[in-house]
Design a protein around this ligand. Structure first.
Ligand SMILES: Cc1ncc(COP(=O)(O)OP(=O)(O)O)c(N)n1
Ligand SMILES: Cc1ncsc1CCOP(=O)(O)O
Ligand SMILES: [Mg+2]
Length: 228
């Protein structure tokens, strides 16, 4: 098993969506999410051509590098390797964690979908996953048929000692419940990007504020009202 790597800090995990964000607005949308405090970005695109995905991933990597925020590629280890992204997110059907590790290296961040299952999470940890993703927690327009999870799974998964991500229908209204239950990151598509370009930075800031208020490990000095 690899050494534990710090995944940035608790916060918003912004996930792109080619239907909510047209290709020509992708970079500015992610720049807005980063200004609002996103701590991790995932390029998730199920529809574009390989050439277009390569182009978009390269553009996003440059934006993320400027902000010193890691870029994760969804599903596609080869794309992550080709562009030199910081890691990959693998679902249960997306291939072997060990194989991804050997292709991307020890420093790569590998995140794994665990749905609502502590057994899947335990196995992913044993195979070297760097973060464990649970959900969907609420109704999701992006992936309506994803298996459902309840927030208690986050509380139980804390004992696994890996950063926990919550996904699926997460909004600025319901996110606090997930952070209090144990989420270190809120992975968000619709709740961040569905309002169009003018809303993104403001929404990202609101998500980031949830961590400042509700996450136990958030630096004390960053909490609202704390003395400097
Ligand atoms: C952070 C995060 N969590 C879960 C997923 C879902 O991955 P997967 O189950 O492979 O489904 P698709 O996203 O590939 O449709 C994710 N991408 N990111
Ligand atoms: C990819 C994925 N996996 C489980 S739910 C989901 C979709 C997340 O998108 P949204 O934040 O719009 O529900
Ligand atoms: Mg997948």
């Amino acid at each position: 098993m690899g050494t534990l790597k710090p995944i940035s800090r608790p916060g918003l995990y912004a996930i792109t969506d080619s239907t909510l964000t047209p290709a020509d607005q992708l970079v500015s949308a992610i720049e807005a999410a980063l200004r609002g405090g996103a701590v991790l970005v995932q390029y998730r695109d199920k529809t574009s051509s390989r050439t277009e995905r390569l182009r978009q991933a390269r553009s996003l990597l440059s934006v993320c590098r400027n902000a010193r925020v890691p870029l994760i590629i969804n599903d596609d280890v080869e794309l992550a390797r080709t562009v030199g992204a910081d890691g990959v997110h693998l679902g249960q059907e997306d291939g072997d964690i060990t194989e991804a590790r050997s292709r991307l290296g020890e420093q790569a961040i590998i995140g794994v979908t665990c749905h609502a299952s502590l057994d899947l999470a335990s196995a992913a940890r044993a195979d070297g996953a760097d973060y464990l993703a649970f959900g969907r927690f609420y109704t999701s327009g992006t992936k309506p048929d994803a298996p459902e999870a309840s927030p208690e799974v986050l509380t139980r998964a804390r004992s696994l000692g890996r950063p926990l991500t919550a996904i699926g229908g997460v909004t600025t209204e319901n996110g606090a419940e997930l952070i209090r239950a144990g989420a270190d990151m809120l992975a968000v598509v619709g709740g961040l990007f569905s309002g169009g370009p003018d809303q993104i930075e403001h929404r990202a800031r609101a998500f980031s504020q949830l961590f400042a208020t509700h996450h136990p490990l958030y630096p004390i000095s960053s909490k609202p009202g704390a003395q400097p």
